[in-house]
Design a binder for this molecule. Structure first.
Ligand SMILES: [Zn+2]
Length: 280
């Protein structure tokens, strides 16, 4: 069994109404301490927290082996972004900050909107990664059109040196997500958030055979498993069960790479066993 993993996409909301609902759905507590203790025991070696909320407060007190993307989910217009630039740059100067996360759909802006140009330039300046929410939104509010994976093509073509992580592989726009990845070698996909709530992998793989086969088809279509990262989107799912689910999508020889190492490449993190908790 493939127990060790690096979780390249999770959240610490610390008791918002939304996250309390998600975590109570899976029987977990919505706290950082619970997450680190429970999944550290299971085999999590480290991970990347996707930031939410006030920019200044993001990314503090992360343990060894853990990193973050500064999240722009509260910023929805050009003036706000301009105002936030100095704070964003300060984050990007920290080693623990490995990128910026955009939330199109949750905010009414396309990821290639001109207002993000200076953010993209900062990412290039500090050699950090752009992570972008793509695909289905967690709530009925917001507009899906902004979150369509096709919009990453504009950025990927215009900024070929920029590493881009397409969060959730654009699910369920899988064919379009795969087309964008095929067209742009600087685009990676994280496989977080494909499911939500409690599930048992063995049962799910049988009952949702068509969905699984669709997912596998588009992952195979790319033909480069090194461009897929493991992430959970915790507290959306129980991480240990999600490891089994993602492992079921790959060939035996690819699984360890996807679960543990691809994220280091995509987020330009120096792999060092001394900084990875529970790593051996
Ligand atoms: Zn997420």
């Amino acid at each position: 069994m493939y127990k060790k993993y690096f979780d390249a996409h999770f959240h610490w909301f610390d008791h918002s109404a939304f996250s309390d609902r998600l975590s109570s759905n899976i029987g977990d507590l919505d706290t950082k301490e619970y997450f680190l203790e429970t999944y550290g025991r299971y085999g999590m070696t480290g991970g990347i927290m996707m930031g939410n909320g006030e920019i200044e407060k993001q990314g503090d007190s992360l343990p060894d082996g853990f990193y973050y993307c500064v999240g722009l989910d509260q910023i929805a217009c050009t003036d706000d972004i301009r105002e936030a630039l100095p704070a964003i740059e300060k984050h990007l100067q920290r080693e623990k900050c490995v990128g910026v996360k955009l939330y199109p759909g949750y905010v009414p802006l396309y990821p290639h909107d001109e207002c993000y140009v200076e953010v993209l330039e900062l990412l290039l300046k500090y050699n950090k990664t752009l992570a972008v929410h793509t695909g289905m939104l967690a709530a009925l509010s917001g507009k899906l059109k902004y979150a369509h994976p096709i919009h990453l093509d504009d950025i990927a073509v215009d900024y070929p040196e920029l590493r881009i992580v397409m969060c959730h592989f654009g699910n369920p726009f899988l064919a379009e997500a795969a087309a964008v990845m095929e067209h742009n070698r600087n685009v990676y996909a994280d496989l977080s958030g494909l499911l939500e709530g409690l599930f048992v992998t063995e049962h799910f793989v049988k009952t949702e055979e068509l969905y699984i086969s669709n997912l596998k088809t588009w992952i195979r279509y790319i033909g480069e498993p090194e461009r897929f990262l493991f992430g959970t989107d915790w507290p959306a799912v129980k991480c240990d069960e999600y490891v089994k689910f993602i492992a079921s999508l790959f060939d035996e020889k690819e699984i360890e790479q996807v679960l543990r190492y691809n994220a280091y490449q995509a987020y330009n993190i120096k792999y060092d066993t001394r900084t990875c908790v529970n790593d051996q």
